[in-house]
Design a protein around this ligand. Structure first.
Ligand code: GAR
Length: 189
C-alpha cells in the first residue's frame, strides 16, 4: 500500500489515483491543501499533521509515520510535499520513500526549482523522481525526463509542461517499485 504526502494542489496525487495505484492514505502538513479534498473525494483516508500542533517536527513525523503504518503503508510518495522529513520518519521507511521534483536534479533543488531554472537561463530543465534521503531533493535518482525551456516561458507555463511529465513519470516509478524492479538504495530495505 502507498501513503502519499502532499502540501498543495495534488495533481500528482490525482495522477497516481488515475493510474489505479493502491493509495491507502494521504497526509499533509497543510490543513488547507486542495490535495486533501481530492483524496476525500476519491474515498481515501486523509489527514493533516500541521507542525504547529506538535511540540517538535520530529514528534509530528513520528505520529505521521505511526498513522501511515497503521494504514498498511509500505511505500511513501512525496507528491508536492514541501517540508523536509526528519530522521525519525526516514528511519521508519528506509529506502521506501520516493519524491517527485520539477527539475533535472541535481540542478535546481529546493522549493523554487522552476523559477530558479528560468532565472538561471537554463535551456533545458525537467522532472525527476528519486529516493529520499536526509538532504534537500538529494538521494538516488530513479527516473528523469527533460523539458525544453521556451523563449516566452513564465514560471506557470513551464511548470505546467513539467507537471505533464511528472504525471507520467511518478506513476511509472511507483509501479516499478511495487513490482520490485527498482533496486533499493538501502541494503536492509
Ligand atoms: C510538483 O510540481 C512537484 O514536483 C513540486 O511541487 C509540485 C506539486 O504539484 N515539488 C517540489 O518542488 C519539491 N521540492 P501538485 O501538488 O499539483 O502535485
Amino acid at each position: 500500500m502507498i501513503g502519499v504526502l502532499v502540501s498543495g494542489e495534488g495533481t500528482n496525487l490525482q495522477a497516481l489515483l488515475k493510474a489505479g495505484l493502491p493509495v491507502a492514505a494521504v497526509a499533509s502538513n497543510n490543513t488547507k491543501a486542495r490535495a486533501l479534498d481530492r483524496a476525500a473525494k476519491a474515498g481515501i483516508e486523509a489527514a493533516a499533521f500541521p507542525a504547529i500542533e506538535f511540540d517538535s517536527r520530529e514528534h509530528r513525523d513520528e505520529e505521521l509515520a505511526d498513522w501511515l503504518t497503521e494504514r498498511g503503508v509500505e511505500l511513501v510518495v512525496l507528491a508536492g510535499y514541501m517540508q523536509l522529513l526528519t530522521k525519525p520518519f526516514l528511519e521508519r521507511f528506509p529506502g521506501r520513500i520516493l519524491n517527485v521534483h520539477p527539475s533535472l536534479l541535481p540542478a535546481f533543488p529546493g522549493a523554487h526549482a522552476v523559477e530558479d531554472a528560468l532565472a538561471y537561463g537554463a535551456k533545458v530543465t525537467g522532472a525527476t523522481v528519486h529516493f529520499v534521503d536526509e538532504g534537500i531533493d538529494t538521494g538516488p535518482i530513479v527516473l528523469q525526463e527533460a523539458v525544453e525551456v521556451l523563449e516566452d516561458d513564465t514560471p506557470e507555463t513551464l511548470h505546467t509542461r513539467i507537471q505533464q511529465v511528472e504525471h507520467r513519470l511518478l506513476p511509472t516509478a511507483v509501479r516499478l517499485f511495487l513490482e520490485g524492479s527498482l533496486s533499493s538504495p538501502v541494503a536492509s530495505a
